[in-house]
Design a protein around this ligand. Structure first.
Ligand code: 5GP
Ligand code: RI2
Length: 321
């Protein structure tokens, strides 16, 4: 398997399908899959003019945009690609080459950010600590594996993360890295929190007021940590910060197919809901570890202003009616 556990030759149609089915999942991996798929579609197409190329990129972007609405990393990747595309001049061939390079740059920047986050976050670890993590965040794992490389031996509680059990991926990864890991059910978090020194989670989206949208259950973990005075840190690249929330938009909380929980035929007459994410208020977050440094959640506005100061709402950018 090529880069990042999905095929390096993935095209836009396959990326759309795989992101929807969650064969490609994790906010950062989704972002990289988007950039790689657009690069590959560019590579496999010929264009009569640069205008035609731009029209196609907008079309692919619209297809990708709606696959996981709660992951802002996806729309920020599209923002990056579209803004580069609008800056480039020249004929279709030149534009195609430049834009393919931009897609590669995005992927490389994203992977570098994860490394830097690992470096910074590992400064928070000390040998003997007990860490709790929820779901499967490559950024949270970057911190734990960097800590291990630096000789910091910690023990980790990994929540199962119903309904899709991404906690199993986390547990297996930590095992492979020779990090002591204990798998727990999601509802065991409060019972075990008194043994925990630090909670580390990832993020799908960070809002202008510093709230973190992450896997369902994160806000319950945060509430328990807050009650037990256990610090919680969030590991997230700057492209997880949502410019849309500056304009007053609320991050849509994705509700997924209820069959991820149970086949409705097995429990007839019962309503089922399956929200995939929740919002953790900034008051419950000690710090956000970004590639820019470790910042308080109240600094979210500054990150959005710096990176996306002149951003337009996504639907306007993509001319979605
Ligand atoms: P709660 O639901 O626990 O009252 O609060 C959730 C936190 O998320 C609040 O701090 C709220 O302001 C914040 N938040 C900020 N932006 C958004 C958003 O776009 N979507 C959602 N669901 N919550 C948001
Ligand atoms: P990285 C995941 O979402 C989890 O909510 C995880 O915390 C978040 O993406 C960030 O992951 P899902 O795709 O970008 O499993 O840190 O729903 O890998």
């Amino acid at each position: 398997m090529a880069i990042d556990e999905f095929r390096d030759d993935i095209d836009v149609a396959t990326a759309v399908e795989n992101i929807k089915s969650m064969d490609i999942r994790g906010a950062g991996r989704i972002a990289r899959a988007v950039a790689i798929s657009i690069r590959n579609n560019l590579s496999n197409s010929t264009f009569d003019s640069s205008d035609q190329l731009r029209t196609m990129v907008f079309e692919w972007s619209r297809e990708l945009y709606n696959t996981r609405p709660s992951a802002v990393s996806l729309s920020n990747t599209l923002r990056y690609i579209i803004s580069r595309m609008m800056q480039h001049e020249g004929n279709a061939e030149t534009l195609k080459g430049s834009l393919m390079m931009d897609c590669n740059t995005f992927v490389q920047t994203s992977l570098n950010a994860m490394e830097v986050i690992g470096d910074y976050g590992a400064h928070r670890l000390r040998s003997g600590m007990v860490i709790l993590t929820h779901c499967n965040s490559s950024n949270a794992l970057s911190i734990l594996s960097r800590g291990k490389e630096r000789g910091k031996d910690v023990k980790v509680f990994a929540t199962e993360s119903r309904p899709r059990h991404q906690g199993y991926i986390t547990a297996r990864y930590l095992r492979e890295k020779d990090i002591d890991v204990t798998l727990i059910i999601d509802s065991a978090v409060r019972a075990l929190m008194k043994e925990v020194d630090l909670v580390i989670v990832g993020a799908d989206t960070i809002t202008a007021n510093g709230a973190v949208i992450n896997k369902i259950g994160t806000s319950q973990v945060a509430l328990c940590a807050h009650e037990a005075r256990v610090p919680l840190i969030v590991a997230a690249e700057t492209y997880k910060f949502s410019p849309e929330t500056l304009f007053g938009y609320l991050v849509e909380i994705e509700e997924r197919d209820v069959r991820e929980i149970i086949d409705p035929n097995e429990i007839e007459g019962v309503n089922i809901r399956n929200p995939a994410f929740d919002a953790t208020p900034p008051e419950y977050i000690d710090a956000i570890v970004t590639e820019e440094g470790i910042i308080p959640p109240t600094a979210a506005y500054d990150i959005i202003d710096k990176y996306y100061g002149n951003a337009r709402p996504m639907e306007e950018l993509l001319s979605i009616q």
